[in-house]
Design a protein around this ligand. Sequence first.
Ligand code: SF4
Length: 278
Amino acid sequence: MLGRIAEEQERAIGEVAEEAGLARHVSAPSIKGSVEMDWSSEDERRAFLASLLADCAAVSALAKEAECGGEELELIEQVIRQDVEEDPGEGTPKIRRGVAKERMPSVIDPEMRHGHKSSGRGYTGHKAHVAVSETGVIVDVDVTAPSQSEGSKVSEAIDASRAVTGSEIDDVLGDCAYSTRNAQAQAEQSDVTLTTKMPGHRRGFFAPGDFTVNEDGTEATCPAGQASEKCVRRDDGYVHQWSGERCGACALREQCTKAARRTLMVPPDFHERRARER
Ligand code: SF4
């Protein structure tokens, strides 16, 4: 932002920074390297953070006065919002614990986000949506934030692939991420049969398909022939539960659950998923 202001005022960045009392941000290659402090001290770290926030406020005011740096202003405000919070006890700022929703990890690439390949494997970057023809030619590529599901791009990918190849497309293969309801609905809308790999289940344990579930999902019977003892609404589906008492005394428990009691998620497309698994 100091650079933008200097550019706007046709002055040297050092001069602008010096005048605003922000010289430390341009005189040293690294702001962290420019301070002498005890990094193991929570109090010193918080004091340093507070001084950085004061610098941000000063440069923001300067940019507004100079009527420039709109994008940079938004970026710096977003970084502060996502990474800093006020300690409710002491009223001082501190680095936020955990990851804010839609956190922007890089100011160099503001569209980059954190995502997950699986529940245990995270990544930071973008998500590529790639359509490949039967002959192995890439016919469509799109890049989105990791939070955008694969399913949301199915129609667009099919339309683009049809346009690029000039061919009719009736059948599409997708990986596991395309097994969602949204992906299937979009494929149906585009008149395409979408066949995907289905999410795996823990090896050696009963899978959802081993349970008997009625049409509307409100009744479920486990492989031991026991009806669920509790059924609660979750989002637009149901969660069935068997009691710890019943599961504890069950001869099939080893194949069913490691927890004290078994639960079964029944989303609205429970039966469709079983059909697709078959
Ligand atoms: S452990 Fe519980 S849910 Fe699983 S088969 Fe036995 S009684 Fe049924």
